[in-house]
Design a protein around this ligand. Structure first.
Ligand code: ATP
Ligand code: FE2
Length: 336
């Protein structure tokens, strides 16, 4: 009988269940995200949220796809990186399902899952990946059997920076999409924009990036009387240009001709356009997956679990502990 692979994502703010079918074809996830009314995300509160909503979400996913638990032939989960208490909820659910159904368990690398769902959705083969999420900002390429990090943030992730900046203005999590709207509004009212009076420090440090200084400088612009819309526009232009510059240099160094976006910030239309322009100038192509597969989702975990299982890897119970600090380049690529 054709069995499905279930994927469980629980690295941070979102609990999500997703599926791929027996051929590895992805199906949309069922997700729920904690949205604290004030302050940042508290790991334990997020973990409590995940426990509360888990069975409802899983039930919904099965109903949506007209499946029952006996149709599940394997279960994969995010083993890291992420927030410990949140990761442990996903791992515990996965172990429970695996032992009850007597099906293989596969713990996967969350960052690598962002890459693989992108490759699946966009049909690219060997891209440089610009992975821009809340917690992570990395430029990655496949070299010698691993996804190697060629450049990354030295302080906070670009999404966390956007969320933090938004929070200082009373905008609740996630702030990134609101900043995008405010920036677009300003551009509509100022069709020929200049950076005059809106300059911010540049976030590039060699092949790496750093965002906290840019955020502080953006707050200073607000204090000096610039409008929130104008500062949002300038902030996006500066930090996205920095990411695109590092990605371009990674393409030049590696000789790769595909760029793939991944992570929640890859939902941003302005970033997508900047990547397309850069790629076109290099006679290359920029790809971006559908937005539901950019943000954290269980489907990408199911997809990578399916690929790893297909290449012969499973996670035994003694090796199923989560790893908060799992690195992108710690996972050997066995499935390509
Ligand atoms: P990871 O564990 O990979 O770091 P994450 O926990 O940050 O993932 P994601 O869902 O990948 O979760 O990304 C969430 C981030 O994406 C938030 O910081 C949010 O503000 C940002 N984001 C979502 N949509 C947009 C947008 N349109 N423009 C800018 N940022 C966005
Ligand atoms: Fe993520």
């Amino acid at each position: 009988m054709d069995k499905w692979t279930l994927g469980i994502e629980s690295t941070a703010h979102t609990l999500s269940f997703g599926l791929v079918d027996s051929k590895g074809i992805p199906y949309p996830s069922c997700s729920d995200t904690v949205s604290p009314t004030e302050g940042g995300i508290h790991p334990r509160e997020a973990a409590d949220h995940h426990k509360e909503v888990a069975s409802i979400l899983l039930g919904k996913l099965l109903v949506q796809n007209e499946l029952s638990m006996t149709d599940i032939g394997a279960v994969s989960y995010s083993q890291g990186p992420g927030l410990g208490p949140c990761l442990r909820v996903g791992a515990a659910i996965a172990r429970g399902i695996s032992s009850r159904l007597e099906v293989p368990l596969i713990g996967v690398n969350h960052c690598v899952a962002h890459i693989e769902i992108g490759r699946d959705q966009c049909g690219c083969t060997d891209p440089v990946l610009l992975y821009v999420s809340g917690g992570n900002t990395q430029v990655i390429a496949r070299l010698e059997g691993r996804y190697r990090v060629l450049g990354e943030t030295l302080d906070i992730g670009i999404g966390n920076m956007l969320d933090k900046f938004a929070r200082t203005q009373g905008i609740p999590f996630p702030g990134g999409p609101v900043i995008e709207k405010l920036a677009a509004k300003w551009l509509e009212e100022n069709p020929n924009p200049t950076m005059d009076g809106l300059e911010l420090p540049y976030a590039v440090r060699g092949m790496d990036l750093a965002f906290s200084g840019v955020m502080t400088a953006a707050q200073r612009l607000l204090e000096s009387g610039k409008s929130l819309e104008a500062v949002c526009w300038s902030l996006q232009e500066h930090v996205f240009a920095a990411c695109v510059e590092v990605a371009e240099r990674a393409m030049a160094h590696t000789g790769k001709t595909e760029l793939l976006l991944g992570g929640g910030v890859a939902c941003n239309s302005r970033l997508r356009t900047m990547c397309e322009l850069m790629a076109a100038e290099r006679e290359s192509t920029s790809f971006a997956p559908p937005r539901m597969y950019c943000i954290d989702n269980g489907t990408m975990i199911a997809k990578l679990g399916f690929l790893e299982l297909d290449s012969g890897r499973i996670t035994t119970y003694p090796h199923s502990a989560v790893d908060q600090y799992l690195r992108t380049d710690q996972t050997p690529i066995t499935w390509v």
